[in-house]
Ligand binder design. Structure first.
Ligand SMILES: [Zn+2]
Length: 419
């Protein structure tokens, strides 16, 4: 059993490590500013990455990581074994937080949904084992796992010469993305519930080419056709231009065993016409602030119905996002986390896909193209297929590089190309 050579001092404490098996690898928990972390060295050792290079931020790194919003301490059992591993994290009793609670059921306009800006004092560390890649940046919540962006709950910290990743981010984001085959409780997928956003009097975002509600419905109808051709049962929350209250949408999936829920939206920004790209949401784990919140809220400590499936939902988000970015050339805005009604009330694995910006000139033109929407629908269906395989056979879903390799082969005439 190896241990980190680093002995924390002063405010840091190594907490007891509970191992499920006698052969368990060891996690050393570091308490720093009321939150539990693991060192990047520890992560590298556990997952077989080369040892990270030493990081010296002396003199030009001050407090970017320390400026992170402080949430109530999260503690619980951290059970990690070499194989199979489960990392369980649950927050302790809620603590009053100054931020007032308000219900946000849909992505807010992009001006208020942008995560905090990057700090110029950041330091990026890239780990590559040949099989997996992990990149983190001190001071930022933004990480890259196997080539796509994932938003962490808390900024990566730096203390006593060590790069620190929050325990919650290790257990809820890094671990399930690096070893999705170990996610417990995934059930087979026989039914896909497609949820085109908005409808009826709710137009959603507006572009010069039309309404978000109509583009979303069109992508969903295309995806339905493709899914049915592959043998899935498909249920639509709406198949026409009607208004469906938010809470009724996840309820459709909740009544169908072995179903997944895929909500389809388009993005817009009233203040930043350059905003563009794909992003995808799954439920924020209990104790984690939503990606678009700068400060944690009291509601973040509440266990939502959707939290029962937050790891499968995250895996579904990852699989669909890799499929999208691997096949449709768009900006990677990341896998994000939120407590939208459709995510927090869904007890089946659930995601919300933002398929580009109707407010961006170039993207609104793409979105107005039926061929492009078919391409997007195809990619979503591929991602769903990757998740189904994972859930049923424990096969890791393809990642962005796999899709791009396949596309290159197509381009070289080595394989039959897709339209
Ligand atoms: Zn929308």
């Amino acid at each position: 059993m190896k241990t980190s050579p680093w002995v924390p001092a002063f405010c840091c404490t190594i907490l007891a490590v509970l191992a499920m098996h006698a052969t368990a690898a060891e996690w050393n928990l570091v308490r720093f500013e009321s939150r539990e972390y693991v060192t990047l060295d520890n992560i590298a050792q556990f997952y077989g990455f080369p040892k990270p290079p030493p990081v010296d931020l002396t003199g030009h790194f001050t407090a970017a990581a320390n400026a992170a919003p402080a949430l109530a301490p999260t503690v619980a059992s951290l059970n990690v074994a070499a194989k199979p591993a489960t990392i369980q994290v649950a927050p302790v009793a809620p603590v009053s937080i100054a931020a007032s609670e308000k219900s946000s059921d849909e992505p807010a306009p992009i001006s208020s949904k942008e995560p905090p800006p990057a700090t110029p004092l950041s330091k990026t560390i890239t780990l590559d084992s040949g099989k997996s890649q992990l990149e983190v940046t001190v001071g930022l919540r933004e990480a890259s796992i196997n080539g796509v962006k994932h938003w962490l709950a808390f900024p990566v910290a730096f203390h006593d010469g060590q790069v620190l990743v929050s325990r919650l981010d290790l257990s809820k984001i890094i671990e399930p993305n690096l070893r999705p085959e170990l996610i417990p409780g995934m059930t087979p997928v026989t039914t896909v519930v497609l949820d085109p956003g908005h409808g009826g009097h709710d137009n959603g975002a507006v572009s010069k080419y039309g309404y978000e509600k109509n583009f979303a419905l069109d992508v969903a109808l295309r995806a339905r056709k493709l899914l049915e051709a592959e043998g899935y049962k498909v249920v639509m929350t709406r198949a026409t231009d009607v208004f469906i209250p938010l809470e009724q949408r996840p309820a459709v999936a909740n009544h169908i065993p072995n179903s997944i829920f895929v909500s389809i939206h388009f993005n817009s920004s009233s203040t930043n016409l350059d905003a563009r790209g794909f992003e995808i949401f799954s439920i924020a784990p209990r104790g984690a602030p939503s990606t678009n919140d700068v400060m944690p809220r009291e509601r973040d400590l509440r266990e939502e119905p959707g939290n029962a499936v937050d790891l499968p939902s995250g895996a579904l988000a990852g699989s669909v996002f890799h499929a999208l970015l691997g096949q449709v050339p768009m900006v990677d805005r990341g896998v994000k986390h939120a407590r939208f009604a459709v995510l927090r009330l869904c007890t089946q694995p659930a995601i919300l896909v933002e398929c580009g910006f109707v407010s961006n000139n170039a993207e609104s033109t793409l979105i107005s193209s039926a061929a492009w929407r078919e391409h997007v629908a195809n990619a979503i269906v591929d991602g769903v297929g990757g998740y189904k395989e994972l859930a049923e056979t424990k096969a890791r879903p393809k990642v962005i590089a796999d899709y791009r390799r396949a596309a290159t082969s197509d381009g070289n005439g080595l394989q039959t190309g897709k339209p």
